[in-house]
Design a protein around this ligand. Structure first.
Ligand code: DAH
Length: 358
């Protein structure tokens, strides 16, 4: 083997040992680069005579071509190997079962809210939504709450910017302001329709349709422990008509609780209480006959017959209109239904907890 042949041979070996395209380019420089071995051979030509130069030049060219060919082959081989590896890595096993997309699910408190809307909806209640930033009027004054009532203190209520010193804005402390908001809208609408000059509207000009509404939503109080969160959920209920009494409250709420908890032998107790916006007022306790909570009285709602002053603030004559209201805690109902002992779990956003309700 002459020197040029062994040069080609060592180039082949060097290329064969290059494991990556970068290695290969480095190896190439040793042979074909500006100060590579072939270039050196070329430079040597000038020292030769014409005839010798021809022969030697042709031999060098041949060696150069062989080296370039070897380089090209190795480049191709590395590219092929790379492609193979990529195909291997991306191989599809079509026999594997499909992967489902995580469908997500409703939060347990949302599930409770939907459930409540369904049950009251079936009893003819509308569902109303209202602002979480309230005025002092709707949250307290219109609900017959005296100026010096402790609930109005900074200890209990989050006051926010806006409003005036006499009528500050606040984060609603309960859903009860929705009683007033909804009733006022309802009454306004009815007056507008009943007072319309078009005789066709006389159809609507009869007695005002009853107000029958629930209003679920977020509420806020300065309070935080295992059973209280500064943000929590309530659902208000209101039924105003010409002869809606405490008896109707008892029937409606008992029916609701038995349906909600899917327990026909659930019993209710209406315990006398006080709220400024109802007279008489009662706290509603429930008792399960079986399960881990059996035999215990559990408070679920405040309620009562709507106070005449509140009926007046709705724009109605309390001599003609009467009804009941209640307010219940959605978080508490959810805890009872699913046996959750710490309220904070609802607001931590831990998927291990939340995905159990999907
Ligand atoms: N708003 C009361 C509270 O947050 C609950 C309540 C009591 C609502 C009596 C009512 C009611 O509608 O009639 O504690």
């Amino acid at each position: 083997m002459n020197e040029l042949e062994s040069l080609v041979d060592s180039a082949r070996r060097a290329f064969g040992q290059a494991a990556t395209p970068a290695d290969l380019e480095n190896a190439k420089a040793q042979f074909l680069g500006r100060s590579g071995r072939i270039t050196e051979w070329m430079k040597g030509l000038s020292a030769l005579g014409v005839d010798e130069r021809k022969v030697q030049g042709a031999a060098i060219n041949l060696a150069k071509q062989s080296i370039e060919q070897a380089l090209q082959q190795r480049r191709q081989a590395l590219a092929d190997a790379d492609l193979q590896a990529q195909l291997q890595a991306e191989a599809l096993d079509v026999t594997l079962p499909g992967r489902r997309r995580g469908a997500g699910g409703l939060h347990p408190v949302s599930l409770t809210q939907e459930r409540i809307e369904g049950i009251f909806g079936s009893m003819g209640f509308d569902v109303a939504d209202g602002p979480e930033i309230e005025t002092d009027w709707f949250n307290f004054t219109a609900l017959n709450t005296p100026q010096d009532h402790p609930a109005r203190s900074m200890h209990d209520t989050f006051y926010v910017e806006g409003g005036s010193a006499q009528a500050p804005n606040l984060l609603r402390t309960h859903t009860s302001p929705m009683q007033i908001r909804h009733a006022v809208q309802h009454v306004k609408h009815w007056r507008a329709v009943a007072g319309a000059p078009d005789p066709a509207d006389a159809l609507f000009g009869g007695p005002m349709p009853e107000i029958r509404v629930i209003a679920p939503g977020r509420t806020y109080r300065v309070d935080s422990d295992a059973t209280h969160s500064p943000m929590f959920h309530q659902c208000e209920g209101l039924w105003i008509g010409r002869s809606i009494s405490f008896k109707d409250l008892k029937f409606v709420f008992t029916d609701f609780c038995r349906t909600f908890f899917e327990s026909d032998d659930l019993v209710l107790r209406f315990r006398p209480s006080f709220f400024p916006f109802t007279e008489p007022s009662a706290e509603i306790d429930i008792q399960f006959s079986s399960g881990p909570l059996a035999g215990r009285w559990l408070e679920v709602a405040g309620s009562g017959q709507v106070h005449p002053q509140v009926v007046r603030n709705m724009g109605l004559d309390p001599e003609q209109f009467i009804g009941f209201a209640f307010g219940m805690g959605l978080d508490r109902l959810t805890m009872l239904r699913y046996g959750v002992s710490d309220l904070r779990l609802f607001f931590d956003g831990d998927l291990r907890f939340l995905s159990q309700f999907e």
